[in-house]
Design a protein around this ligand. Structure first.
Ligand SMILES: [Zn+2]
Length: 331
């Protein structure tokens, strides 16, 4: 029996009787992190880090699963299971499974760039390494995030009469942008759209300081006060009239995808900020080299390029082609 199988519902461990990040409701799910394409509601039992369980409750309500269990090293069925930091977002973990037929590390989404919101990626060697490939093309090389924040602050300084609206996903990216701004010395209040409030509050409750955050509530009487300010919102809010109420807004978007100029143009982004919570090509290939697994399974994104790289390195690799993961959802 293989340690891990690729099924319609996602990755399944037959010896343990559980799925990893399943795509539809299952009996028993182990969840790597709280992004919506990995953490879904409706499983009978969920095991995840305490923070991922909290995040799922924030997003889906307390009844998101029948039973919830905080991840600790444990035995499930005939396998040993443990969770290890993935460096992606608050609470994110890789899942390591070992049993009689071998061992596997499932990275979920991961990053090797320092992120004060979460513990750094921990290399966990195994027979099989399941890697994401969101930015799995040689062209993807993420710049230093502080340099990107420098561009934002330079733009604010150069155009004090305009409001800077930064699109950032609610889990991870929004808090990362705020922390980077604080690191770069921006002590002023940062205004946030209501959709970011609960997850920002949760980060603060977990001991991650975000400074002075205020609701980005705007009407005719308050419009002028937003000149020269930085406002964060979910990208979905930017198509709405909400964004246009701000004084001559500069539309910014913080995402790894902003390296692709066409995507920035498509979204009407005036100031793209290349800030990613995923490994870029150098970090992805370095991680495979470091872990040196007998087999690499590739999912979530640019599978073909990573498979080809593995072939050239004479490494056994296979694409998983899991349906239902959205490479752009929260990159
Ligand atoms: Zn993710």
């Amino acid at each position: 029996m293989a340690i891990l199988e690729n099924t319609d519902a996602g990755l399944f461990c037959p010896a343990g009787g559980f799925h990893i990040d399943p795509l539809r409701p299952v009996d028993r799910a182990l969840i790597t992190h709280g992004h919506a394409d990995h953490a879904r509601a409706g499983h009978r039992a969920v095991m995840a880090t305490a923070q991922t369980l909290d995040i799922m409750a924030i997003r889906y309500g307390e009844a998101f699963a029948g039973v919830r269990q905080v991840a600790t090293p444990t035995r499930i069925g005939d396998v040993d299971v443990s969770f290890h930091p993935a460096g992606h977002v608050l609470g994110s973990a890789q899942i390591h499974i070992s049993g009689r037929t071998g061992s596997v590390t499932i990275s979920g989404d991961y990053s090797r760039t320092a992120n004060p919101a979460c513990a750094p990626f921990q290399p966990v060697p195994a027979d099989i390494f399941v890697t994401e490939a969101t930015f799995g093309l040689p062209v993807f090389r993420h710049p230093d995030p502080l340099d990107e924040i420098g561009k934002l602050l330079a733009s604010v300084a150069a155009q004090p009469e305009r409001a800077h609206l930064v699109g950032a996903y609610a889990l991870g990216k929004a808090q990362r942008v705020i922390m980077l701004l604080r690191d770069a010395g921006w002590d002023a209040p940062i205004y946030i759209h209501g959709a970011l409030q609960r997850l920002c509050d949760y980060h603060i409750a977990q001991g991650i300081p975000l400074g002075d955050l205020r609701p980005a509530t705007i009407d005719r009487s308050t419009k002028a006060q937003f000149a020269g300010q930085i406002i964060l919102g979910p990208p979905s809010a930017f198509a709405a009239t909400w964004a246009q109420r701000f004084p001559d807004p500069v539309i910014c978007f913080a995402s790894g995808w902003m390296q692709v100029r066409a995507r920035a143009r498509q979204r009407g982004v005036e100031l793209p900020l290349v800030i990613s919570d995923h490994v870029d090509w150098p970090d992805l290939t370095r991680t495979i080299t470091e872990l040196n697994p007998a087999e690499t399974w590739v999912t979530h994104g640019r599978e073909d390029a990573v498979i080809r790289w593995c072939d050239l390195q004479q490494r056994a690799a296979r694409p998983l082609r899991l349906a239902g993961y959205d490479d752009e959802a929260e990159a």
